[in-house]
Design a protein around this ligand. Sequence first.
Ligand code: GRG
Length: 298
Amino acid sequence: MSGALTLPSWSTAVLAEVEAELERLLPPAAQAPAHLHGAMRYAVLLGGKRVRPLLAFAAGELLEAPRARLARAGCAVELIHAYSLVHDDMPCMDNDVLRRGKPTVHVAWGEATALLVGDALQSLAFDALGQPGLADDAAVQLSMVRLLAVASGSAGMAGGQAIDLDSVGKRLTREQLETMHRAKTGALLRAAILLGAACGSGSVEAQPALERYAAAIGLAFQVVDDILDVETDSAVLGKTAGKDAEQDKPTYVSILGLDTSKALARDLHGEALAALAPFGQRALRLRQLADFIVARKF
Ligand code: GRG
């Protein structure tokens, strides 16, 4: 494959745009209140795979979306994701000390600041989506704001987290586990894809296929996360490995076993690729991201 067609060459270029947009959106570290702004930048800028912005770009490029809009939409989702990790790591939730290979925000900056970092990153995400120019039509832009609000709220990520907290020490059925992960992890990945598409033209026609793709990779992402939690070291993951078993949380591995979980990840990968068939070669980046999500080692 020619260099320009590989995922690394494409993602390097996209990530430069994403990092520049995050830098533009985040307040400078020296600006008061400097402690909060320093902690927000620590939470967002120092690491992370940026899967959600990459998905937004891949879906948007499919529909020839302007790149500045994709950077903004992708960063809005990344800011929500960063807030969720900060809050998830806090003592009142997962109580973790390692994230992206560094001390978690509450360890490095204090617990009260970590709470505010999450709050402020969430507000910043909606500020980014609300700034003029994300869509030609104000009604479309408003629908994008609502899409992210629903994905991150009690019908999406926050609701999934509530089910997760409630499921500690319980045995969930496979269907219950799927419901939890479709909300906790899948809703934000879906939002990244649909927001990227909404930046382009023809997103209404593309939506059914993108929904099928999002459903498959959303679940695949989580199945792989559960596998990595038992198979990979903390040093490689950049977060504490083995937490699910330690906290007695139901996972795909605990319910299905390792081999069946791996087979499920392969099946979901196949479903994701099949969903993209109507787009032909234009879906190259979404295909490559599905490959990455299933084959990732961290
Ligand atoms: C606190 C409202 C609230 C929600 C938290 C996302 C989440 C819900 C918790 C994170 C815990 C977790 C391990 C979720 C499973 C999948 C996941 C989101 C992993 C982390 O995402 P990556 O791998 O992280 O994209 P990076 O660091 O690469 O950005």
